[in-house]
Write a protein that binds this ligand. Structure first.
Ligand code: ATP
Ligand code: MG
Length: 267
């Protein structure tokens, strides 16, 4: 467990890492289909907060781009091929280009940083060179990163946006890490929304089976993997919200520190 590093070079601005779930920004069950309406609404919210002084690293989930392509190669036993590496990385680049196009219409100055070009994962730890990304803030740009594929020693390896988001938040010293997804937060075994999880609470929750995978094709494991990423890669003092990306205003509530934003995780 590391202490958070400071947002060197960002000055007075406030930094948040926002992971946009593939379940929000794409039609997760229809391959290669963006949800443009959701992209526009979220970009509008990001743009408004950006003008108030917030700066963002936006992390995109695989949705109906990366997940189904990776799924196909995994299940046909072809993950150790250049074709898989090429197809998965291109699918995610395509999604990020669609999002960047929309985000630029809302004044966010998006810049795509393809993670396979500046990260060298060790297991699930993305191990990215965030100093490269930090420089985007010198020019008020918004870095866009995403769950991506990497050439591992034995096979092509996937590291999800969920993991990337935690590492970015810790390494860049973000005030908040916000996951916008298709549920209002994390449910307990009785189906009740959990308002706050501490490190100990998170550990206990993950011992139960009530936190599971995804209802759609998701090669990186739905809510369980998200919470594991926060627990395993999160740094002391990190404040995380998992909230409804379908509901307008969730992002602002999360940045204001309001409990209605969703499930808070405080490490
Ligand atoms: N205890 C739980 N509480 C909340 N959601 C849960 C729980 N257990 C499983 N889930 C599932 O986790 C899903 C959210 O994770 P999922 O990975 O599908 O979304 P995402 O991260 O937004 O998408 P992507 O991986 O494409 O970015 C929910 O739709 C829900 O079905
Ligand atoms: Mg997921």
């Amino acid at each position: 467990m590391r202490e958070r590093s400071r947002v060197g070079g960002v000055g007075e601005v406030r930094l948040a890492v926002v992971k946009l779930g593939g379940s929000i920004i794409t039609r997760k069950n229809v391959p290669f289909t963006p949800n443009l309406e959701a992209m526009r609404r979220i970009s509008e919210e990001l743009g408004r907060l950006y003008r108030l002084g917030w700066r963002f690293v936006v992390v995109l989930g695989g949705g109906s781009y990366g997940h189904p392509v990776a799924h196909e190669y995994m299940y046909s036993g072809l993950m150790a091929t250049g074709e898989a590496f090429s197809a998965i990385t291109r699918a995610m680049l395509e999604l990020s280009e669609v999002f960047a196009e929309v985000a630029s219409e809302y004044g966010l100055n998006p810049v795509i940083y393809p993670p396979h070009a500046f990260c060298r994962p060790r297991g699930f730890k993305p191990n990215c060179c965030w100093d490269i990304v930090r420089r985007a803030f010198w020019y008020d740009a918004t870095p866009i990163v995403y769950g991506d594929a990497y050439p591992g020693y034995a096979s092509i390896q996937i590291v999800s946006g969920d993991e990337l988001a935690v590492e970015a938040a810790c390494e860049l010293g973000a005030e908040r890490l916000v996951y916008l997804t298709d549920v209002p937060g994390v449910y307990d075994g009785e189906g009740r929304l959990i308002p706050l999880l501490t490190r100990a609470g998170l550990q206990e929750l993950l011992e139960h089976e009530s936190v599971g995978g995804s209802s759609s094709i998701d090669v990186t494991g739905g809510m369980r993997r998200k919470l594991q990423a926060i627990l395993e890669l999160g740094c002391q003092g990190l404040r995380v919200v998992i909230g409804a990306g379908t509901r307008p205003g969730t992002l602002a509530l999360a940045l204001e520190g309001r409990r209605e934003a969703g499930t808070w995780v405080e490490l």
